[in-house]
Design a protein around this ligand. Sequence first.
Ligand SMILES: [Zn+2]
Length: 209
Amino acid sequence: MILPPGVGGVVFGTRALGDGRSDPIVRSSVSAELGISKDWATISQVHGSRVVTVSGPGFYGEADALVTTSIGLPIAIATADCVPVVLLGKATRAVAHAGWRGVARGVVPAAVECMQALGDEPTTAILGPHIGACCYEVGREVIEEVGGFAARTRWGASSVDLGAAIRSQLPGVEVVDIGRCTHDDPSMASYREDGTRERQVTIVWIPRD
Ligand SMILES: [Zn+2]
């Protein structure tokens, strides 16, 4: 597990930790280890821009981001190359699943809008482990959809920097990138690497104190 320093209530899981959203045994053990409720709020991710605001645990259907003001309620998504984006406000937290389609469709700005509708706004964003521009070979059409941010892979192919694209969608927000490339890091599931169905979970909650 990766716990960003100085921030309570944010955990980026690893491949080995598994996807606790769909596995109640994994979820219970992870929750016990973190000292949080085993009853999470989850969604079925579809690479869109729908955001759900939740105040209790449960499954909220097809969406790509969750926002909450409820203290102690774990909100969770899972990824394997896409960017897990955590937004921290004064009294709200959001977590978004943003691959190139999510970036193109504006899921992160949509989550910010939901926080603003609740009278808050993000001061800090944390980008969890995702496929880096170092390894994310894409065609020109993906770069166009994302709005630029063209880069090169280590082997010189055309790639796109999703982290930079998300940063550009968060003006005025301090953006911290955990800086782990899922494709390079053997502890992370990477769909691009081996077509895996495994995912690593990102869990976010507002700590009680
Ligand atoms: Zn890489």
